[in-house]
Structures are given as C-alpha cells and as structure tokens.
Design a protein around this ligand. Structure first.
Ligand code: PLP
Length: 377
C-alpha cells in the first residue's frame, strides 16, 4: 500500500544534509555559531527588517516580543480567537490576560472593525492593553494597514504572529515586517523548517537586543555570571540554524509548490457551489495551508464528510483550530465575538498542502477529492 499522504510534512533532502553535516563538522554544536549569525542575517535581509533573533520555537519568539511590549500581570493582550493555541499560550506565560477578538469570515484573520470596538471598550473600563497580536492565517497577511492605524490611534503596539506566513506579502510588503516586532516559526509543518525553531524579527535594534538578552538567561555581559532578572534558555542551535539556511535557499521553490497545489484545489472546487478557499483570492499568500470552507446547506455534504472520505484513502486532513474562546483552558477569558470563528470552525477542512508531496501523491489526492465531489452531485 502507498504511504499515507500527510497534511504538511517537512520538505528536506540533499541540500539540508550538506548544510547540517558541514555545521556538525565545524564543531559549532551549540546555541551559538556562524550559521546562527548568518541565518539571522539572511532572514532579516529577506524580510527587509533591521535584524532577527533565532530562538527554539515560534512560541518562544512570541513570548519574547510580548515581554518586550510590556505584557505582564495586570495588562491585557488582544489575540484573535481563531488561531493556534501558541498565540494565546505565549500571552499566558507573561501573566497578562488574553482577550479574544473575532475574525473576518472571508480570510479568518482578525477583524479590524471588531478590534476597534474592543479597544474602545477596554479603554472605557480602564484596562491597560500591552499589545494586539495579529495572526496571518494560513499565510494570508492580515489587514495590517488598517490594524496599524487602529492600534496607533489607541496607543497600543501591534505585534505580528507571522508563524504561518514566511514568504507572503501584502501590497508587496513582506509578512513579518508589519508590527513593532514579529514571530516566525520553523516547526516541522511550516513552509520551511529547522525541525523546531523560531525567530523574532524587528526594525527596532533595542527590542532585538532585549530579546537576545532574555533568550540567553539574561546573563549580563561580564565574566562572573551576573543576572539582574529572570531570563530564558531560548536560543536556537547552530546546527538547526544551518538546516534553516539550507531551507531558505529553497523557500521560493517550496512556496511555488504549495501555490500550485492551491491552484489545483481552486480549479477543482471552482464549479462546486457552496465551497470556497479560505483567504482567497490572494496572489501574495505563501499558501501554507489550503482550507476549504463548505456551506453544507448548498453542497449537501459537510467539510467533515469530505475529511472522512479522504481519511479512508489514507489522506490526512484537519478541521480548523477550535477557537480559543471555546477552549476549556481559556473559558474565563474575555472575548468580543461575532460568531465568524465559530462558523468557520464548524465548516472547514484543511487539505494536504505540503511542498514535499510527490506528483503521484498529488494526483491521488486530486482524484480522491474529485471522486467525492462527483459522487455527491
Ligand atoms: C506554528 C504556530 C505557532 C508556534 O510556533 P512553534 O514554532 O510551533 O512554537 C504560533 N502561532 C501560530 C499561528 C502558528 O501557526
């Protein structure tokens, strides 16, 4: 039997092997070394930002930028309810209160109008808001121009969770360059991977220096191990940075493959009334994941039924993330909701989207999806 088709498996090969082996043989087998420095430079250059700090995960990157923005007990941080839990968890690490805000139905990204309303309410009740975190869902950039104007008017820093969006742009401007600072992720399922890893990117040298300091146990620059505050051991390994550098040389090629997959799905569902692809149209997305939104009142079938059909053919799919306001752990957190995230949660299926899928796997997926659609007509 053929190997199962995974949603978004890592895409690694010869180039990665060479970079990793060279780093291993260089002796820099530690969270410090030339590949780490070069990886930071190369990503910062690609995004057109002043600098970067490579860390052990996207979650660690989020934690650090939230700390630098002043998130702490007694403050609130606004986070979209439709996101992966890491966005909210990083807020919880700081002791700040996550406050959830609903999304736009079309893109799944944070809804600027609802945010504006929420910030007004928080100000009226005297709650200090340390930051707003915008997430670029499935690689589509949030409406950062509007979000920035709203945050600027409220005097609140805007941070970008660009964990899913490396390589995307909006109006030509790269994801990760919009907020005061952004977090990237190089987890195994993202557009490019270091197996596990992340990065803080920013135009603010002082913010970057602060993140670097906190990521290395807040050790003061003196010989005798002086510490004035509690730091973290968050640095990325030099070996993994080498893996990241290899992936970076292939990033555009890998994104193109994800885009081609998205185009295949779009074509397949173009004449299926009641279906649409989340976040489309968007020619600037890295197409990290392709999520199908199904209006079952029109189609006569549900997103979950399509997922179950694909599972029977060894093809992995996923539902949309369960919104944070529905999570037991965040049940008591405040939220301003329109119902958009709840509706998406109930009507989405995310289809295999990885750049590592081989031609035979792609044809198998498309044929199996087409078979389901035809049978349901
Ligand atoms: C993947 C992801 C993260 C976390 O990144 P890790 O590297 O897995 O810690 C954070 N936010 C979003 C939106 C993500 O998709």
């Amino acid at each position: 039997m053929a190997a199962p088709v995974l949603l978004s498996p890592p895409d690694v090969g010869q180039v990665e092997e060479e970079y990793l082996l060279r780093a291993l043989r260089s002796g820099w087998v530690a969270p410090v070394g030339p590949d780490l420095d070069a990886f930071e430079r190369e990503v910062a250059e690609r995004l057109g930002v002043a600098g970067a700090v490579a860390v052990a995960s996207g979650t660690a990157a989020l934690h650090l930028i939230l700390l630098t923005a002043g998130a702490r007990p007694g403050t609130a941080v606004v986070v979209p309810t439709l996101t992966f839990a890491a966005t909210a968890n990083a807020v919880a690490y700081t002791g700040a209160q996550p406050v959830f805000v609903d999304c736009e139905a079309g893109s799944g990204n944070l809804d600027p109008a609802v945010l504006e309303d929420l910030l007004r309410r928080l100000r009226a009740e005297g709650t200090p808001v340390a930051a707003v975190v915008a997430v670029d869902i499935n690689g589509r950039c949030a409406d950062h121009e509007r979000l920035r104007a709203i945050c600027a008017a409220a005097g609140t820093p805007l941070l970008e969770d660009a964990a899913q969006a490396l390589g995307s742009t909006r109006d030509g401007r790269p994801a990760g360059s919009f907020g005061l600072a952004a977090a990237l992720s190089f987890n195994g399922n993202k557009v490019m991977t270091t197996s596990g890893g992340g990065m803080v990117v920013s135009d603010d040298p002082a913010l970057l220096a602060r993140c670097r300091h906190l990521s290395t146990q807040a050790r003061e620059p003196v010989a005798h191990y002086e510490h004035r505050e509690v730091g973290y051991n968050y640095r990325l390994s030099n070996l993994l940075a080498a893996l990241g550098r290899a992936q970076l040389t292939r990033l555009d090629e890998m994104i193109n493959r994800r885009r081609l997959l998205r185009e295949r799905y779009a074509k397949l569902f173009a004449d299926v009334p009641g279906t649409r692809i989340l976040g489309e149209p968007d020619a600037e997305s890295n197409c990290w994941l392709t999520t199908l939104v199904v209006d079952d009142g029109v189609t006569g079938w549900t997103a979950a039924e399509l997922g179950a059909h694909l599972a029977r053919h060894d093809i992995e799919t996923r539902p949309m993330w369960k919104p944070m306001h529905q999570q037991p752990v965040y049940r008591d957190s405040p939220a301003l909701l329109t119902g958009a995230a709840d509706r998406l949660f109930g009507s989405c299926v995310t289809l295999p989207s990885g750049s590592a899928l081989g031609p035979a796997q792609v044809e198998h997926v498309m044929a199996t999806v087409a078979e389901f659609v035809e049978a349901a007509r």
